[in-house]
Design a protein around this ligand. Structure first.
Ligand code: ZN
Length: 495
């Protein structure tokens, strides 16, 4: 992991302040930011403009930095704000955005981390406001053209999938097999052909020490996605997924839907395959036979999708269709918690929702005015957050002074980040109750209950997500089929 730092005095800064003073202040702010993200910038990776000028060519350090960014040298660049990178003429901005986007380099500011290679990042919306709508549209069109050209020439732009790492073939971004991961990919395909199911393959390669990029371990779903990804035969697929932007219906969550295979765009990639084409096709053949109903219908089949959280580990619970006696609801982590029949959980959830609504209405008027210790509790939590944050930013000083080595620093930092996250969660949990718009919430739940059973799975899912944030599922070993416990978190509506 290598990071750069970019410093420049801009029009946004106080013009009467000497440039050294301004930059010293920025340096301090970025130091805090590094501590927050647990990253370090080497002295040779600091780019500092000595004069303030707006055009890109008046910024020699920026040009040097951009060159390195284009070559994919850095994982991220720290700077005070995105405007500082972006000022200048429109073609300059386009060049800068291109460089960051195509190389997948993150922009890290004290307020926010921007990942331009992730099109779902709301970053885009922010760029929109920052560049102005027109300019943004033009740049976006340019980027699209650039991406399209790269893709058509067989290049690969997104993050490298498991088994591969990023490389460049000529000037085009592409992939090369990762020597440690590629053998596991081959093994996954071979095991599947030998008749093993996705879950058992996941267990096997987890036990062999394989580690996926984002999760702790491989799951049934990750294995299935690998087995169906033509990237492993040297192809590139587009339009595999459709992303639905967060909306009220989705409870502010992102929904990803897998598109049916026939609507994918598949082109020959420049990169080398890991698995022979015949092997891949055999695997697809077995998939088609094993899963009578195609898995990629593009429609949510689980009315509870994205709503039920495992009370043991906090992962989402998933529907598993191919079971006798109807679909089951189980934790992504195999063996983590006792599973239940999906329809039992769904029915229980609806009756709990009804109870929850009645309770809400009954308790609405009976709030005792004396119990206003929420303000006090809030203050206490705020204090703890402040302390933890102060401790966290001191860690950076300690590592710089040589008191801590990097490992200790990272460990302490991780622990503190977790504590801060927990405290922030606690803070949102104790919103005072009298702010809730109870009649409105009750009314909305009633609407959901009235129409629920007339709807299909996808509509049911949308209805539930319009009133529920999440539901925690608990079940003890040896419990009867319907003996599980659901804790509902209603989506609050405030006055
Ligand atoms: Zn679990």
């Amino acid at each position: 992991m290598r990071y750069a730092e970019y410093l420049r005095k801009s029009r946004a800064d106080d013009p009467s302040e000497p440039i050294e003073v301004t930059l010293a202040r920025h340096r301090e702010a970025l130091r805090q930011c590094m501590a927050k993200h647990a990253l370090v910038v080497a002295p040779e990776d600091v780019f500092e403009e000595v004069a303030s000028g707006d055009s890109l060519y008046a910024r020699p350090q920026m040009l040097k930095l951009l060159e390195a960014v284009e070559q994919g040298v850095y994982d991220g660049v720290l700077c005070m704000d995105i405007q500082r990178l972006g000022r200048g003429s429109m073609s300059d901005q386009g060049a800068i955005l291109d460089a960051f986007k195509l190389s997948g380099t993150k922009i890290i500011t004290p307020n926010k981390v921007y990942d331009l290679s992730d099109e779902n990042d709301e970053t885009y919306t922010e760029f929109e406001t920052f560049l102005g709508r027109q300019e943004y549209k033009m740049i976006k069109r340019r980027l699209r053209r650039g991406i399209k050209a790269t893709v058509e020439s067989g290049g690969y732009i997104a993050n490298a999938p498991y088994g591969y790492e990023k490389t460049r073939i000529g000037k085009t971004p592409s992939l090369k097999p990762n020597p440690e991961e590629a053998p596991f990919v081959r093994m996954i395909f071979d095991l599947y052909l030998s008749g093993m199911g996705c879950q058992r393959i996941a267990d096997r390669i987890n036990s062999l020490g394989a580690k996926p990029r984002r999760d702790v371990q491989f799951s049934r779903t990750t294995i299935r996605n690998i087995l169906q990804n033509p990237v492993y035969t040297g192809h590139i697929v587009w339009d595999r997924k459709t992303h639905i932007r967060p909306s009220r219906q989705s409870g502010g969550k992102h929904i990803t839907i897998y598109n049916p295979q026939e609507s994918w765009t598949i082109v020959d990639g420049l990169h080398q395959g890991i698995v022979p084409q015949e092997t891949f096709e055999q695997v697809q053949g077995i998939f088609a036979k094993r899963h009578r109903s195609p898995s990629f219908t593009g429609v949510i089949e689980n009315p509870l999708a994205g709503l039920i959280v495992c009370g043991n580990c906090g992962h989402n619970m998933q529907r598993q269709a191919d079971k006798r006696g109807g679909p089951m609801l189980l934790c992504q982590k195999r063996g983590c918690i006792v599973s239940s029949k999906l329809h039992l959980v769904e029915e229980a959830l609806i009756s709990r929702l009804r109870e929850e609504m009645n309770e809400l209405v009954q308790n609405a008027g009976s709030e005792s005015p004396g119990e206003d210790n929420t303000a006090q509790t809030l203050k206490a939590i705020e204090r703890q957050i402040a302390t933890a944050k102060a401790q966290d930013s001191r860690l950076y000083d300690l590592v710089e002074q040589g008191v801590y080595d990097t490992d200790t620093f990272l460990q302490r930092h991780a622990a503190l980040s977790q504590r801060i996250a927990d405290l922030e969660k606690a803070r949102t949990d104790i919103r005072p109750r009298e702010q809730l718009n109870v009649p409105k919430m009750a009314e909305r739940i009633q609407e959901v209950l009235d129409s629920y059973f007339d709807m299909d799975s996808q509509q049911r899912n949308e209805l539930l997500k319009s009133v529920l944030e999440k539901v925690i599922y608990k079940k003890e070993p040896g419990a009867k089929p319907a003996e599980f416990h659901l804790t509902l978190f209603l989506l609050p509506i405030y006055l």
